[in-house]
Design a protein around this ligand. Structure first.
Ligand code: SAH
Ligand code: SF4
Ligand code: F3S
Length: 486
């Protein structure tokens, strides 16, 4: 555990998303068997761990935050970049050391790396006892029993219809105020650099009724913000016709009775005006004006869009198979400003040094960033993933030193822009939802404004977590607004 905390502490901010770790908490209801779950990767993975927890609790397990006390250790893993997989491998080593002392422990791997490597970690490397891909979590009770009986427990079947719609996630690491709701699974895009279509399978949307029900239940429990999750939320499509499995079939069928993402957003916004609604990730190719109009219409749909750009150069975007040009991306940014307004927060993902990217093309990314001035970005250098179209077709020909230098240029520019954007907010007043104590002081609250910017302010007397306050911004850093409640 100490090692892990150390690893988290030394993470660079720009890698935080890639390596963020979530750990199950302690809950002892005397069930006798305990499991520990550690999750890496994106919010969808964290959300899946809550589904797995729900399934295992039904099976008579309690959660623990101390893996040395667990009968079952689970790692929910990410394959997005090589570094993410390396982190998981190091953790597996640590867990196997515990297993040498306590052979009865079962070690399981879940998520994207499980899907990518299938039985390899179990049969060849012999460092896990159980392998379950992202669509196999309903099978966990059987897999656990098989593994504990000494059999090979592997299920990496990818489904066209599984959405876990009926399973109520058990919230892990919850602040009781903000929660994630998965609205779809998989991805039908084929960005050439990306492993997700291979690890998560075909795109399918979840029944909107079950999404609204989950949002209502969260609101009733005191939650005040939900984030709707999908790899490409703008491509959400649901048809009540049960014969249509997944987005591809719905599109082919010509079916007209379809719920779109903009409609879903409205349905969730109507749950309660005090329930904030966020969503992630938007795709520049699919984000419609309807979504932006829904944001403008409902005060509780937050004015914040995560709109990954990846590159500012059209040739590189085409090679990435992103489906938009630089100009089309900029047109979407203009639409956000026109329909939602200037206060809308915009963040991005950026990849430096994709195959064949020239210095000039890298400068196009820099100039696009200058034009937009993102509030915030997740920035990476390209990491070739086995089996992806880019790995098969293109040479990973930008030297690592160049990738790193380009990335550093992108990171320092983003830091300037974050500060610039926040400085423009000084003197303004924002509605802030209190999420918890600020990291620096128990005398201060931490919350966010609608644009997803962290706001820190002194606690007014009698104020509580989960309440809204109007906060006037008096100062800022590149990542935080400092203010006072009015
Ligand atoms: N569905 C989202 C992205 C999910 S992956 C979208 O379409 O934007 C999150 C981010 O990881 C991506 O936006 C990309 O910036 C980065 N990423 C994905 N594959 C990568 C790779 N092979 N090397 C480096 N970064 C990668
Ligand atoms: Fe990957 Fe592209 Fe799908 Fe995002 S949209 S998950 S980057 S394939
Ligand atoms: Fe990683 Fe899988 Fe998410 S590869 S980013 S955990 S979908």
């Amino acid at each position: 555990m100490k090692q892990l905390i150390k690893d988290i502490d030394i993470l660079q901010p720009e890698e935080a998303q890639a390596c963020e770790v979530k750990i199950s908490k302690e809950e002892d209801t005397g069930k006798g068997r305990k499991f520990y779950i550690e999750s890496y990767g994106c919010q969808m993975n964290f959300s899946d761990s809550e589904i797995v927890t729900s399934i295992l609790k039904e099976e008579g397990f309690d959660t623990t935050s101390d893996f040395t006390q667990a009968d079952l250790i689970l790692l929910n893993t990410c394959s997005i970049r090589e570094k993410a997989e390396q982190t998981v491998r190091n953790r597996l080593k640590a867990f196997n050391e515990i297993k040498e002392e306590k052979p009865a422990i079962t070690i399981g791997i879940l998520g994207c790396m499980a899907e990518r490597l299938k039985e390899k970690l179990l049969e060849e490397e012999k460092i896990v006892d159980l392998v379950a891909g992202p669509d196999a979590y309903r099978d966990m009770p059987r897999l656990v029993n098989e593994a504990q009986g000494g059999e090979k427990a592997v299920n990496t079947f990818l489904s066209r219809e599984e959405t876990y719609a009926d399973i109520s996630p058990i919230r892990l690491n919850s602040n009781g105020v903000t929660a994630f709701i998965s609205i779809m699974r998989g991805c039908d895009n084929m960005c050439t650099f990306c492993v997700v279509p291979f690890t998560r399978g075909r795109e399918r949307s979840r029944d909107p009724k079950s999404i609204v029900r989950e949002a209502q239940e969260l609101f009733d429990k005191g939650y005040r913000e939900v984030t709707l999750l999908g790899q490409n939320v703008d491509s959400y499509k649901w048809s009540p016709n049960e014969d249509l499995k997944g987005k591809a079939q719905i599109e082919k069928s010509g079916e007209t009775d379809i719920t779109s993402f903009a409609q879903l957003l409205e349905m969730v916004a109507k749950v309660h005006p005090d329930l904030r609604v966020r969503f992630s990730t938007s795709h520049p190719m699919d984000m419609t004006d309807d979504v932006l109009y829904a944001m403008a219409k409902y005060e509780n749909i937050c004015e914040y869009i995560h709109l990954p750009v990846q590159s500012g150069n059209t040739r590189v975007l085409e090679k990435m198979n992103r489906g938009y040009t630089r100009e089309e991306y900029m047109e979407r940014v203009d639409a956000i400003k026109r329909i939602v307004g200037d206060e809308c927060g915009i963040s991005a993902d950026v990849i430096a040094g994709f195959c064949t990217e020239t210095e000039e093309e890298h400068q196009d990314t820099i100039s696009l960033m200058e034009e937009v001035k993102f509030d915030f970005s997740y920035m990476f250098h390209y990491s070739e993933r086995p089996g992806t179209p880019a790995a098969k077709k293109f040479e990973d020909d930008v030297p690592l030193a160049d990738k790193k230098r380009r990335l550093n240029e992108i990171i320092s520019l983003q830091k300037e822009h974050g500060l610039f954007r926040n400085q423009q907010r000084v003197g303004k007043t924002y509605k802030v939802l209190i999420e918890g104590n600020s990291r620096r002081s128990d005398e201060q609250w931490m919350g966010r404004n609608s644009a997803n910017i962290v706001v820190v302010f002194d606690k007014p007397e009698g104020s509580k977590v989960g309440e809204y306050y109007e906060v006037k911004v008096t100062d800022c850093t590149g990542a935080t607004l400092i203010g006072e409640a009015i």
